[in-house]
Design a protein around this ligand. Structure first.
Ligand code: PLP
Length: 376
């Protein structure tokens, strides 16, 4: 019995040809023509003015936060339910992370986020930025967040690491932040094996990030530095891989959507289970369907761990949702505004195999286990 993985990257001859071109062209370098083209193609796809290709999404978030002024003595308000890489860069900047709970679709609760910003300010804390995370490829609620943050003059950093290809009322994920971030890690909707991108309409912010990301070199014949820099740029070979993946993004998203539909259809009459995000105020038509997650409630015939164990026994990889940051030992003592929703989703939710390389037979193998455990 072959193993079914959560989300394996899919690489074809399109990617192979572009990577070979990068190798054969002599640009075996950090930077080069594929990096420039990749930045232009992503900026066009997302509809933002400027893009900076970097070594990871985490590096991109670090530069985004520096760009909006996060630093010692400031706070950054962000969702608790996310991957730790959303929160680390707040610490890199020397700022204080303040966590906020989720709504039912797992994304940050906008009212709670705004309330937290207001409370911090009332207590005399400088809020450098609010961060949204487009969780599992579903955009946060920007109709609520964007105007309210503009009113408060708080920059929004959009962590769209999981959400390239998703839209929110027609606007692409990655276009909402004062600075926004994508990830091309191996398990994301598309990959450069490892990499990320900083996006913004603010040219000065992106140009300063470009300078900081290449060791903060001053224009001089020798290596002249007046402040601390980073080595955060993406290599030409990886950008070539990214261009190939981007050319197939819609195709890969379409396959992930088919897989989601198959899971939803199989589970429609099963008691106590729902597809995360599908029955919220918005449907999932604008999600990129990166990972399909299900949530169990009191009517379910098994709990999360029993379901995980049954899947593992059939060589099927599934995972709990992100363990919220306010429950992580490393963030013990961090300030937070909690309702219990993210904790409940963590204990009752799991991500199902969703990779574009899954066959219909693979999907059937998964749904059969789900039905056996939950419906019989
Ligand atoms: C993957 C991910 C990141 C980090 O991206 P890397 O490219 O792995 O550094 C940040 N935030 C979220 C929500 C992610 O899922």
């Amino acid at each position: 019995m072959s193993r079914i993985h959560l989300s394996l990257a899919q690489v074809t001859d399109v990617e192979r040809a572009l990577v070979l071109d990068a190798l054969d062209s002599g640009w075996v370098t950090p930077l080069g023509p594929h990096v420039d083209a990749f930045e232009a193609e992503i900026a066009a796809r997302v509809g933002v003015g400027h893009a900076l290709a970097l070594s990871s999404g985490t590096a991109a978030l670090h530069l985004a936060l520096l760009g909006v002024g996060a630093g010692p003595g400031t706070a950054v308000v962000l969702p608790s339910m996310t991957f730790a890489a959303s929160a680390w860069p707040v610490l890199y900047c020397g700022a204080e992370p303040v966590f906020v709970d989720s709504g039912d679709d797992g994304n940050v609760d906008p009212e709670l986020l705004l309330h937290t910003v207001d409370e911090l300010r009332a207590q005399g804390t400088t809020v450098a930025a609010a961060m949204s995370v487009d969780l599992f490829g579903r955009s946060a609620d920007y109709d609520q967040l964007v105007p309210a943050l503009v009113d408060r003059e708080i920059p929004l950093v959009e962590d769209a690491a999981e959400a390239l290809g998703a839209t929110y009322r027609g606007t692409p994920a990655g276009a909402f932040g004062t600075a926004s971030v994508l990830s091309f890690n191996g398990n994301k909707i598309m990959t450069t094996s490892g990499g990320g991108m900083l996006l913004s309409d603010d040219e000065a912010l992106v140009e300063r990030a470009r300078y900081l990301s290449t060791q903060a070199r001053q224009p001089a014949p020798w290596y002249e530095h007046t402040e601390m820099g980073f080595n955060y740029r993406m290599s030409n070979i990886l950008a070539a891989l990214g261009r190939g993946q981007l050319s197939r993004l819609d195709q890969m998203m379409a396959r992930r959507r088919e897989i989601r539909e198959a899971y939803a259809e199989a589970l429609v009459d099963v008691p106590g289970v729902s597809v995360l995000g599908r029955h919220g105020r918005r449907d999932d038509a604008e999600d990129n369907c990166w990972l399909t997650c299900i949530v169990l409630d009191a009517a379910a015939r098994a709990d999360r761990d029993a379901l995980l164990a049954a899947l593992a026994e059939q060589q099927i990889e599934a995972r709990p949702l992100w363990k919220p940051m306010h429950l992580q030992p490393v963030f013990a003592g961090a300030r937070s505004t909690m309702t219990g929703t993210s904790e409940r989703l963590f204990y009752t939710g799991l991500a199902l195999p969703s990779g574009p390389g899954m066959t219909d037979v693979d999907v059937k193998r998964v749904t059969e286990v789900l039905i056996e455990v939950l419906a019989t």
